[in-house]
Design a protein around this ligand. Structure first.
Ligand code: 5GP
Ligand code: MG
Ligand code: MG
Length: 184
């Protein structure tokens, strides 16, 4: 799916496929340098992180492991509350591992801060976070995010793994939707 397939549903492209790709090159080089001699376990949070996980992992030179978690965050409407339930847990034992959480986007940061303390309680050697996108509200939460692709404005975005009603995850770019899409 691309912009041409969206008719008038697309409002504007915020980050093009090329921008995402060259930023991922930079993040991967940084991660490679930081983890030089260490085995990394990449932990992706389903489903949004699928694209960034696939593209980031392929750029890394070490033989990384990939594992997945699915969580559901209780909240009113579109805002997450920080109360989280695990729908699918990791297969890997984190004891002594260097864990890098791979995220699509950090908005309130509540889900992430819950995840961080959950993973830290499992005895890993280290836990860091890489996120493709970060919104301004994330600054309110005391979470140290080592790798950030792009800071974006406080708008609802879709594409590159991010959905609206499970749609648009397969767009190669990050964009906003025209208002009429939400009123269907
Ligand atoms: P947080 O706990 O940081 O508020 O929630 C992060 C999650 O909310 C993301 O993993 C994503 O699923 C969803 N989310 C936050 N902002 C957006 C957005 O702009 N677009 C989409 N599609 N999902 C978002
Ligand atoms: Mg996510
Ligand atoms: Mg979603």
């Amino acid at each position: 799916m691309d912009a041409a397939d969206m008719g008038d549903d697309l409002e504007r492209i915020l980050l093009s496929e090329e921008q995402l790709s060259s930023r991922l090159d930079e993040l991967a080089a940084q991660i490679d340098a930081d983890y030089a001699a260490k085995d990394v376990l990449l932990v992706g949070v389903l489903k949004g992180a699928v694209m960034v996980m696939a593209d980031l992992a392929r750029r890394l030179h070490g033989p990384v492991e990939m594992d997945w978690m699915a969580v559901s965050s209780y909240g009113s409407g579109t805002k997450s509350s920080g109360v989280v339930r695990i729908l699918k847990d990791l297969d890997a034992d984190l004891t002594g591992r260097h864990v890098l959480i791979v995220e699509d986007i950090i908005d309130s940061g509540l889900t992430l801060s819950w995840l961080l303390s959950n993973l830290r309680s499992r005895g890993p050697a280290s836990v860091e976070i890489a996120t493709m996108l970060r919104k301004p509200d994330a600054a309110k939460v005391e979470v140290d995010v080592r790798y950030v692709g792009f800071e974006i404005p406080n708008e609802f975005v879709v594409g590159y793994g991010l959905d609206y009603a499970e749609r648009y995850r397969n767009l190669p770019f990050v964009g906003t939707l025209a208002p009429h899409v939400y009123s269907h």
